[in-house]
Design a protein around this ligand. Structure first.
Ligand code: SF4
Length: 257
């Protein structure tokens, strides 16, 4: 996939930013503690599903002290409609307990401290830093950000951490927290995994994948696609070679007959 040049990246991002001017974090929360809990719950689950369970959860366990001392099964009962709820409930209890033990019940403001909390990886930590504290330490790379940055030619990587490193190079630091929301909105509204709507896309004259994006950002990414295409080409070549040697052999035997 062709990589965009810096001027093209800047023009593309500017247009996407303007087009999705309402881009924001869709997890409903009232403070950093609620945001970190909601983000932990959102792993492999939609924000809509999380927003359905958090009002009751935060009403019953509004702070780390109440969450850490929640009875066995009490959190599970409130979040059982979302995926992996048992593990997530365990993470919430552990996270709250560690906040009390190490941070006086306050959500820390560094990536290094955040990723020590149960259930919190780089993605969750970057969401909390960007949304709750307006800090740009890294770039949130979810499935939408991953796919769109590949399609736009901003990265050739296929794993979240190297993709994050590329995005931190191509976009200016103050934009990192907002840019992930812009790309997520673009992925949800226009550049979907299965059917990107290149016709109506505001950057279809700049995007190197325009009208041919279907394979880019699928599971395994462009590298897997290339490997499959190369394997098919090799198989075709071998079949062709086999059939011409059969023909040559046929000619030879008919001559000798
Ligand atoms: S042109 Fe198509 S592939 Fe490129 S960003 Fe727009 S919708 Fe996605």
């Amino acid at each position: 996939m062709k990589r965009q040049k810096p001027a093209e990246i800047s023009a593309t991002y500017g247009r996407l930013r303007a087009h999705h001017s309402d881009a924001h974090c869709e997890l409903v929360h009232g403070n950093p503690f609620e945001l970190i809990c909601a983000t932990v719950l959102s792993a492999q689950t939609t924000d809509v599903a999380v927003n359905k369970v958090t009002p009751n959860l935060f009403q019953k366990f509004p702070n780390p002290a109440s969450m850490a001392s929640a009875g066995e099964g009490a959190i599970e009962a409130l979040i059982s409609s979302i995926g992996m709820y048992r593990q997530k409930a365990k993470n919430l209890r552990g996270l709250a307990a560690l906040l009390l033990a190490k941070h006086e019940g306050v959500v820390p403001q560094t990536l290094a401290e955040l990723v020590e909390l149960p259930g919190v990886g780089r993605k969750t930590a970057n969401v909390v830093l960007g949304v709750a504290f307006g800090k740009a330490e890294g770039f949130v790379v979810d499935t939408h950000v991953q796919r769109i940055s590949q399609r736009l030619g901003w990265t050739k990587e296929t794993e979240p951490v190297p993709i994050e490193q590329d995005l931190m190079t191509v976009l200016p630091k103050p934009e990192w927290p907002h840019a992930s929301h812009v790309l997520i909105f673009h992925g949800r509204r226009i550049c979907s995994a299965q059917k990107p709507d290149c016709e109506t896309c505001p950057v279809n004259d700049l995007c190197p994948s325009a009208f041919k994006a279907e394979h880019v950002g699928r599971k395994g990414g462009p590298e897997k696609f290339k490997a499959v295409a190369a394997a098919k080409k090799a198989a075709k070549k071998a079949a062709k070679k086999k059939s011409s040697s059969r023909r040559a052999l046929g000619t030879k035997s008919s001559r000798s007959a």
